[in-house]
Design a protein around this ligand. Sequence first.
Ligand code: GH3
Ligand code: MG
Ligand code: MG
Length: 390
Amino acid sequence: MEALQRGQFDISIPDNLPDDLAELGEALKTLAAAMKLQSDQAKKLAEIRRRINEGLLLNDVLEQVYESFFSLIPYDRIGFALLEKGRQVVRAHWARSESAYIELPIGYSAELKGSSLEDVVLSRRPRILGDLEAYLEQHPESDSTRRIVAEGMRSSLTCPLLVKGQPVGFMFFSSMRPHTYTEDHQDFFLQIADQLALTLERSRLYEDLLRMTEDLQKTKEALEHEASRDSLTDLWNRRAILDLLQREIARSSREERSIAAVMIDIDHFKRINDRIGHLAGDQVLLEVTRRVGSTLRSADIFGRIGGEEFLIILSPCDKKTALEVMERARCACAASPVSIEERDFDLTVSLGAAVATGGNVDLSTMLKAADDALYRAKNGGRNRSEVVEL
Ligand code: GH3
Ligand code: MG
Ligand code: MG
C-alpha cells in the first residue's frame, strides 16, 4: 500500500500468506496494474498536450499530433480537414500516411451537407467505422471513403474539432486493419479534443494573420513602386528623382564626395511628335530610356523629370567622369536611327550637367546649373554635352 502511494506500481506480494491475505494481495496487484495503466495514459496525454502546445504554425502542430498520438490511438494515416465557407464545405488541409500514395489529396473538398461527416458534426462525438469496405458498399456515393479505401485503409476514427461548441474541422485517424478503433480511443480523443481544437484554430488564425501581413506588405510595396515610378518608362518619376537628388546632395556633402546631376533633353522632339504622332513619340521616349540606361551602372540613379527630359544622378563623380558618362549616353542615342512603323528617325539628345565637388550646394542651385549647361548644349548646336562646375 505504501509503494502504491509512492506511485510504484510494480508491487510484490510475499508467498505463503494465509488464504484471505493472499486474496487481498491479488486484488492489490490488479489494482496496481489498473493504476499503472491510468498513470501511463495520463503521462502520455500530458506529453501530447505539451507537444501540440509548442507549435505555432499549423503544420508543426499537426506533425506533433502525428508523432505523438500513436501511443494512445493507433493509425497508419492521419488527416486534418477544415470547415470552410460558413461551415458548408470540408477541405482536406493536411495528411500524413504510411501508405505509399495519397488518393485523398490536400485541397480536396466536399459539401458537408448530405455527407456522413454531417452526422459527426451533429452528434459532436467521434465516430468509428470498423469496416470501411463494407461501409463503401452501403454508401457507394461516398467519394472520400472510396479514396481512403484505395489508399489501403480499412477502419477509421473521425473526430470533430469544436471551438466554443462550434465545429471548425475534423481529425481523421485511419488504420490499414479493420476494427482497429474502440470506445477507449474515442475517449482518449475527447480528453484532448478541446485543447487540440483550440491549438489548431489558434495556429490557423496565426497563419491567416501571417498571410494577410504578407499581402499587405506586397500591396504597400506595389503602391510605393507605383507612386515613385514613371508610368511610361518605369524610371523614377519627377517627385522621386528630385527627392533622391536632395538626399544624394546631403549625403555627398556629409561624406565630402563629389556629385553630378545630368539633364538630358531629346533634340527636336516636337518634330518627331508632329510627324508621327504622340504614341510613336512615346516609343522614342522608351528607346531613349533603353539606350541611355544601357550605358549606366546599377548605382547610377536614372529618372524622368518631364516630358522628354531625363535626369541622372552620379556620385561620386568628378567633371571628367561626368563627361565620359554623358558622352556614352549621347553616342548610344545617336548611334543609329530609331525605326518606328517602318520609318527611320534620327535621334539625338543634348546633355547638361552640374558637378559639385566642394559640398555646400542645394537642390535648386544644382538644377539651375544643370539647366544652364543644357541650354548651352542646345545653343551650341545640340547633340552635345556641357558641364558646369560648382
Ligand atoms: P529641343 O529640345 O531640341 O529644343 O526641341 P524640342 O522640340 O524637343 O523641345 P520642346 O521642349 O519645345 O518640346 C518638347 C515636346 O515634347 C513638347 C511635347 O509635344 C512633347 N512631349 C512632352 N511630353 C511628352 C510625352 O509624354 N509623350 C510624347 N510623345 N511627347 C511629349
Ligand atoms: Mg524639353
Ligand atoms: Mg527637347
